[in-house]
Every structure is written in C-alpha cells, then in structure tokens.
Design a protein around this ligand. Structure first.
Ligand SMILES: [Zn+2]
Length: 459
C-alpha cells in the first residue's frame, strides 16, 4: 500500500517547495510527488516543522578505521605522516575478529545514518582471518559488513578490494596479511559474492583494485576488464600522496593517473578516490573519460594529504562524490563544505566553487553529496522525483543551527551551518529508519562497539 511522507518543505528540482508529499510505493520508490492538499485519506507520516532532502551517498568508507579515531593525534618519533598513521590502522585491522568487524561496522553505519546517509560504498579489504589464513567462506567479512549495513537500514555497495602486495620492490608486510589475495582468488571470491547479491537494490558489488601501489598494473587491467563485462562500478585510490607518485614513476615511468589513462582504464564507471596530486593534463583525461573523483576532505586534512584543486576539476565538468574514508568525522556536509573551505584558505578568496557550470555553490556541494555519490556507487538515488528511490532525510527547521532562514536561503544555511542533530529522520527505500532523532538499535550498537574498543586497545 502506498505511504505518503509529508513535510513543510521538500527539495525538488534544486529548490525547496512548500507543503509537498512524497508518495512511496511498495517497491520502495517514489510513485509521485503531490501537493499536500491532494493527500486525502492516504496513510501519511507528517514530518511537521521539517524539510525533506535527498539522502546522502557516502562513496568511500573503511568501517573498521572508526576504531582509530582519536588515537593518532600525537606526533610519533621522527615526526608523523600518512605512512606512520598506517601503523595503528594495521593494528586495528589485525585485532578484530568476524564478530568485531560486524559490531564496528554497525557503529560506523549508525553514525552515517544519523548524519543523513542512505547509501554507503564500503571499500572492503579485510578478507582473511587474523592469522592470515583464508576463512572457510572467503567472503565472510564482506558479508558481516553487508549484514551490518542492512541491520541499521543502509543500502550498501560492497567495493571488494584487490590487494596483492605492499608496494613496488617491497616484501609482503605482516600488517597487511588479512588483505592479500592472488588475482585468481580475488576474481573467484568476487564472482561468488556478485552472484549472491545479484538483483538486490539493498546490497550490490563493485570492484576496487586498491591502488597502483598495491596491485600490479597487469592485474589492474584484468580486474577492470572483468568489471566492465559485468557493468560494475570500479573504485581505486589514486594520487593521495607524493610518495605514491614517486614509486609509480620508478616502476612504470608515469604517475598513477597517467598510467590508467594511457592503458584505457578510465571510464564513466570509474571513481578515483582522492586524486589530489594531479596535473592539468591528468584532469583533462579524467574529464575526457567522465571519471568521478571521490574527495574525502575531512580525512585528507587529518592525514595531511593535500588539497584538491576542485575549482579546476569542476570547470572541466568532472563529477565529484564524497567519502568519510578513515571515519575521522562522519558528516557528509562537513566534507562538502571542506571541499570549498580548503580552497578559500589556500587562495584567500571566498565562494571559489560558486557559479561554475551552471551551479551555485550550495547546489553543487549538495549535488556531489547526493547524486555524485550515488553515481559513483552505480545507483540512481539523490533526486526526489517519481520513479526514484525513496531515500531521504528530514531536518528540523527550528534547530538552532539553521532556524530563521527563508526557504530560498535554506540550502546555503544547511550546507554551511547545519549541525548533525538537526537531522531527525532518515528514510531508505520508503522505510523510516531514523524517527525523530531515534534509531531503535542505538543503545545496543554503542554498547557492543565499546566492548570491541576495550578489547582492541585493552582500554
Ligand atoms: Zn581510503
């Protein structure tokens, strides 16, 4: 039976419209957008004093890294950088058993839901048991993650990661023992998971050769060809760190993006995560291939990665998505505003991404957080219109962080001022998973997470 979600304001066609209802069908999609006057007698959830926006799609997450939040903020011996940050990350990765993986994922996904996320892309590279041996089911941990997403109500694209080596001319590294698969293992295990998920709109598969550092080029080529045959999204870390570019030049005589472009490995199904240290020519090749960039500014600033020149990329029409990546913070709007703010600090100007390619600044940032993320994950959410998934959030208009603004300014105050507690309701596939700020599993999930945290860090 159709169900109507009605609110004071609904974000339709790039602006807020007053007093509308979204009619949701049994298939979890929007059947129609109607005036509230036309609701008569239909089963209705009235979101009074609230505004509805499309749900956010988080295109890049490593759930287990939630465990190292707050534990890497001191300077190590000899300074600290991305490469030393990886040590506690590996320690966390080695410490969690299958049940822990599930519990930490639920905690991370719950925070995403409470930040308005409706779809997540989990860049999943924990494949093996803690001692490095294969589980009886090589997809055990991937399935723990998928079950965790389902339990809190999120849709998930499981981006199954290929990880073959520590790096060019480097021996296998103990901290990465749970990540490694041979190409044959990877393709076999990925195919079997793809088959199990076939036809689902709640959980589906993408491939993710981790990076040029961790996967030799010939293997990247095979994995990309395999994914193209199946029309799957392809995600890869690229150009996050200068050290990664230098190693790639030593091995192949080119940077990662040059290499991917030269070998015809970029397409409109490809998402490059970070893509910070890239030249104008490399941006041109991303634009020519309609490749997506997934920016993770809250993580990138935490790791000292650098600042992407998003204005140059936007001027070329390159599509953007956002990811919470290391889970330093889980707040898609903070990632959105940081994309702009980092440029302001860098070039000492304001509204850098405004009025590029027909978008105003706030529209652009919301588009990246919704449609951009969904496109990166191969899904069609992000727009509230008939036929689209009924995936949305509702914000309280009288929340202290946004109250007072008129509908015409609401989007800007949401993007630049909204605090996460203003997000009161989240609906995924028509199902009301966060109701007036409450999630039914909140207590259980937090308690179970604390147990894992104490176990891992002996705290
Ligand atoms: Zn990442």
């Amino acid at each position: 039976m159709p169900h109507v979600y009605r609110a004071d304001l609904v974000f339709l066609d790039g602006e807020f419209k007053a007093d509308r209802g979204l009619v949701v069908g049994d298939d979890g999609r929007i059947a129609a957008v109607i005036d509230s006057a036309d609701i008569d007698g239909q089963e209705t959830t009235h979101l009074r004093g609230k505004a509805i926006l499309p749900g956010f799609a988080n295109a890049h997450s490593h759930t287990f890294q939630r465990l190292i939040r707050g534990r890497t903020e001191t300077r190590g011996v000899g300074g600290d950088d991305f490469w030393s940050w990886r040590e506690p990350m590996y320690q966390a990765a080695l410490s969690v058993d299958a049940e822990d993986v599930y519990r930490v994922a639920r905690m991370t996904f719950l925070e995403m839901v409470m930040a308005g996320t409706t779809t997540v892309g989990e860049f999943h590279y924990l494949h093996r048991a803690q001692d490095g041996s294969a589980y009886d089911d090589p997809n055990l941990l991937a399935k723990q993650i998928i079950t965790a997403a389902g339990s809190v109500g999120l849709r998930i694209a499981l981006l199954r990661v290929a990880y073959a080596r520590a790096g060019y001319e480097l021996p296998p590294y103990a901290g990465q023992a749970r990540f490694y698969e041979t190409l044959e293992e990877y393709l076999e295990n990925t195919a079997s998971l793809a088959e199990e998920l076939l036809g689902s709109e709640r959980a589906w598969l993408g491939v993710a050769p981790h990076s040029i550092r961790a996967v030799p080029l010939t293997q990247v080529e095979e994995i990309v060809a395999w994914a193209r045959d199946r029309n799957l999204p392809i995600h890869m870390h690229a150009a996050e760190q200068q050290g990664e570019l230098a190693a790639c030049r030593r091995e192949y005589g080119a940077t990662p993006v040059e290499l991917l472009a030269q070998r015809g490995l970029l397409s409109n199904k490809t998402t490059l995560v970070h893509a910070i240290h890239i030249t104008d020519a490399e941006m041109d090749s991303l634009a020519a291939n309609n490749t997506i960039i997934c920016s993770c500014p809250t993580t990138e600033r935490n790791l000292g990665d650098g600042i992407i020149d998003a204005a140059k990329a936007a001027a070329r029409g390159i599509r953007f998505a956002f990811g919470s990546d290391s889970q330093t913070q889980i707040d898609p709007l903070e990632d959105a505003r940081a994309l702009e703010y980092h440029l302001r600090l860098q070039i000492q100007r304001r509204a850098v991404l405004d009025e590029i390619g027909g978008y105003n600044l706030s529209q652009r940032l919301v588009h990246c957080a919704t449609v951009g993320g969904a496109e990166a994950l191969g899904f069609d959410s992000g727009v509230l219109a008939a036929g689209c998934p009924a995936d949305f959030l509702a914000i309280e208009l009288d929340d202290l962080s946004i109250a007072g603004n008129s509908a015409s300014e609401l989007l800007s105050v949401v993007v630049f001022g909204l605090a996460r507690p203003a997000i009161k309701d989240v609906v995924v596939a028509g199902k009301h998973i966060l109701k007036d700020g409450a999630h039914p599993l909140y207590k259980e999930i937090v308690e179970q997470y604390k147990e894992v945290y104490r176990k891992v860090w002996r705290a």
